[in-house]
Design a protein around this ligand. Structure first.
Ligand SMILES: Cc1cc2nc3c(=O)[nH]c(=O)nc-3n(C[C@H](O)[C@H](O)[C@H](O)COP(=O)(O)OP(=O)(O)OC[C@H]3O[C@@H](n4cnc5c(N)ncnc54)[C@H](O)[C@@H]3O)c2cc1C
Length: 425
């Protein structure tokens, strides 16, 4: 093992959440080390963004680069609920003025964010596999051990941010997890070229199936489409036991659809079949002595509204400010990290509650919209505006932007109400 190096913060995982936390901490002048197991660019699922990320991407300095590189995303096209016709929601209807975001190839997007963290001053080591968590006699996390090019290294820091995605490398043994049993799904997906676009070609297409489950169609470019089938895990296990391959299950899902089927019937499948567990969960705590959890490590919600990258990076943005305050004033660490935990958890709770309501495909469009309007603490008169403002993440922006880690929790509620009402006027 090599000698110990010391940083203010070590970030485990260089995905969107880790890069975002590292970027904001480096920008604030902190010494930061990111340890990433893979060499980038590396493949990842999670390709459709929401507009609630735009102010953060701007603050990170990568908004123009996203505009230059990625396919525009203008809204969501849904075939869902009792209404026989598909219906759409356009980002431009949301309060706040962000009329589009992007569909991204995650290998490229994640590399952009990680390179940006480097440019902002973070040290980044790729192919660095974190294997152990260091703690002192009080149980406070003080660093990690990682393997790089066959050698073990030890690094200590005042905080360790666990952004290792579903691996939960650091926090696995430090906090429990609540698994949302009703959202115990799996996804099977692949890629097509030469697909037929829907009428609004830059929208994500989301279609519920009468047989259960739903399908996404994400136009990564004018030629390439990502298409996935999300279904209850039990349903896939049953099909597998009956001897059906994942490809057959996927093809059956497409055959049961109407819109998805027309998008790919003349297309050529170009990618292999992928599958992943898609089981919503939340950590019992997002922080503890010497550690903070962000991204999928902290919480994961079914990808129905493409909220994963937004939620993870928003949590990382909050975490960076809280850690910064805790480093400035260690005696206030509990308050700063407690506020981060409370606000982050509220973002998760709002989206989770809504995804649960939406998962019941027997309602009318207006019912879905009215529930969105009513969720949380927002005053928005129009239910269409309420719907897109919630699912785009824009509703949470006042709370995110004005987050004060040293504020009183009660005050945050007040700021949120005032800022949201002002934005809605
Ligand atoms: C089927 C499916 C579809 C989805 N669709 C969408 C979508 O359309 N839009 C959306 O926003 N989200 C979507 N998501 C969610 C999205 O993929 C995640 O929320 C997002 O990638 C979380 O980012 P992260 O940075 O927390 O984790 P990750 O992106 O997983 O990054 C974690 C990083 O940590 C590294 N790592 C892990 N262990 C270690 C270790 N021990 N040492 C060092 N490094 C380590 C990994 O290599 C990885 O690079 C989807 C998810 C699924 C399952």
């Amino acid at each position: 093992m090599t000698g110990t190096k010391q940083y203010d913060v070590v970030v485990v995982g260089g995905g969107p959440a880790g890069s975002t936390a590292a970027s904001f901490l480096a920008k604030a002048g902190r010494s930061v080390l990111v340890l990433e197991r893979e060499r980038f660019p590396r493949y990842h699922i999670g390709e459709s963004l929401v507009t609630g990320m735009s102010p953060m991407l701007e603050e990170l300095g990568v908004l123009d680069e996203c505009e230059r590189r990625f396919q525009r995303k203008t809204g969501i096209n849904l075939k869902w609920g009792k209404d026989p016709q598909p219906w759409r929601s356009d980002f431009s209807q949301a309060i706040g003025g962000h009329d589009h975001t992007w569909h991204v190839r995650r290998d490229e997007f994640d590399q952009l964010l990680l390179d940006n963290a480097r440019e902002l001053g973070a040290d980044v080591i790729e192919e660095a596999h974190v294997t152990e968590v260091l703690t002192d006699e009080t149980g406070t996390v003080t660093g990690v051990v990682y393997t790089h090019q066959g050698t073990k290294h030890r690094v200590t820091s005042r905080y360790v941010v666990d952004a290792s995605g579903q691996s939960r490398t650091v926090t696995r043994k430090l906090t429990g997890v609540t698994w949302q049993e009703d959202l115990r799904n799996v996804a099977v997906w692949t890629y097509f070229e030469g697909y037929t676009p829907i009428d609004d070609p830059y929208d994500i297409m989301v279609e519920a199936l009468d047989q259960g489950g739903w399908i996404w169609g994400i136009p990564l470019s004018d030629n390439q489409l990502s298409m996935g089938y999300v279904l209850p895990a039990d349903q896939l296990s049953e099909a597998t036991r009956a001897g059906r391959s994942q490809q057959e299950v996927f093809e059956q899902g497409i055959a049961n659809s109407t819109i998805a089927r027309t998008m790919v019937e003349k297309a050529t499948r170009t990618g292999e079949m992928h599958t992943a567990r898609d089981w919503s969960h939340v950590s019992d705590s997002f922080h503890g002595p010497g550690w903070v959890a962000v991204g999928d490590t902290a919480a994961f919600i079914d990808p129905l509204f493409s909220s994963g990258v937004w939620l993870g990076t928003s949590g990382a943005w909050l975490a960076a400010r809280a850690i910064n305050a805790a480093l400035d004033n260690p005696k206030d660490a509990d308050q700063a990290l407690g506020n981060f935990d409370a606000v982050y958890r509220r973002l998760y709770d709002d989206i989770l509650a809504y995804v649960r309501f939406f998962m019941d495909p027997t309602r009318l469009r207006e019912e879905y919209m009215e529930r969105a309007q009513g969720i949380g603490r927002t005053y928005i008169e129009n239910s269409r505006v309420g719907f897109i403002t919630l699912i785009s993440g824009v509703k949470a922006l006042p709370e995110l932007v004005s987050f004060d880690p040293m504020g009183e929790e009660g005050m945050l509620e007040v700021i949120h109400e005032v800022a949201t009402a002002a934005a809605a006027r």
